[in-house]
Write a protein that binds this ligand. Sequence first.
Ligand code: ADP
Length: 454
Amino acid sequence: MTIQNKIALIFTVLSAGIILALSIYIYIFASESISGSFYHRLEVRAGIVGHAALEENKSKTSVYYDFKEKHLGDLPFENHHVIHNVNSARARNIKARLHLPESFYSQISFDTPARFFRRDTSYVGMKIAKGDKNVLVLSTAVDVFGLAEMENLKNLLVTGFLISMFFVFTFGKLFSAQIFRPIRLIIRNVKGINAHNLHQRLVPNDSNDDISDLSQTFNDMLDRLEITFEVQNNFVSNASHELKTPLTVISGEAQIGLSIPGLPQNAIDSFNTIYRESERLEHLTNSMLSLAQTGFDGKKEQWEELRIDELILDVKEAVDKIIPSNNVAINFDHLPDDDQKLILNGNKTLLKAAFSNIVLNSCKYSDNKPVNVIIRADQTYAIVEITDEGIGIPDREINQIFVLFFRASNTENYKGYGIGLPLAHNIIRMHQGKVDVHSRVDEGTRFVTYLPFK
Ligand code: ADP
């Protein structure tokens, strides 16, 4: 879950808790106050009934009832039971019918009436005395309006709760989206920065807050990275340049040596080995030089229009020099009818380095078994498939073969540095292309490169 959603959720849960507690408080408070006032009205009526019952003068009794009738009126389902003698059979009968708990009766005293509520009905018990006589009045009534009011209040609170939750969550999301906007912006900008555009910087916002601090910290880090990258890059470039000249001289001298007539066979073999190995070393230094160039800023290079089939023929020539016994066959059967689909815009030297690395690997890791190169095209790309019958790449390592200096676990019998494929990958990506790899251990590997035609 994103932090943004987490904040919206926490905000909602917190608000839900507060609104729920407030709703419960309002409900309890309203319920107490409505039932309190209803009990009070019932007690007033129970008092009148009790006093009427204690009145010996019957004309006065009717005055009580008249008063109650005229000024107070009846409550819904109002009922009074007057008990003169609590031990009488009638009293027992009434108690059995009302079926109230014993605690209710024990609460009743002359000062305080007892109150009880069960299944919508309110019960009041009062003791009323006059002179030496007293009566117990048990009154019941149903607060129809109060109950309806409470039901309304409950519905109102539940609806209000749900509506407010909807708003709280929506505003919570908007609010957290607003807060995280600058952070998302930073993430997007940082994602766009890679080895090719290390000079790019985040734009710190004007506010002097933590976010602009974060941008500034990123920018400082990028400054340091850029310097380190440039130093490393310059070193690799310079070292490769320095190595190139003596290597060219060595291979040239070896070729001159080979052309000396009447040379004994062991001297020819030695010159051949010197020539091959210096070509191999030259290829490696060229790769390192290209890696330094493509790793930093590919745009420095010169781009031109070139044909992929011609490029692959050049690659084959270079491979023949390094591994004369190779078994690479170029298959032109799948060439597209439309020649335009073979024309790319790119850097010839770099693309040659990329493809020769892939093809050389295929020869190397298959011990010079046949390597098949197919050139074809689809609607967007000129496609080159390079298939070998070599040792393959273990499944779980296939994702790492484009990582610099990575070598698979089954390559211990083969020389290598883990530079060639990352370089090829860099170069092809620089040309807006992509590379797919399919491989099975001990069966072979297929590299499929896609480069957009012009
Ligand atoms: P290396 O110098 O080791 O060949 P690369 O960068 O050219 O370095 O290749 C990286 C790794 O990818 C190799 O070490 C090897 O494990 C694997 N790999 C590349 N091409 C092949 C292939 N055709 N067959 C089997 N494994 C390959």
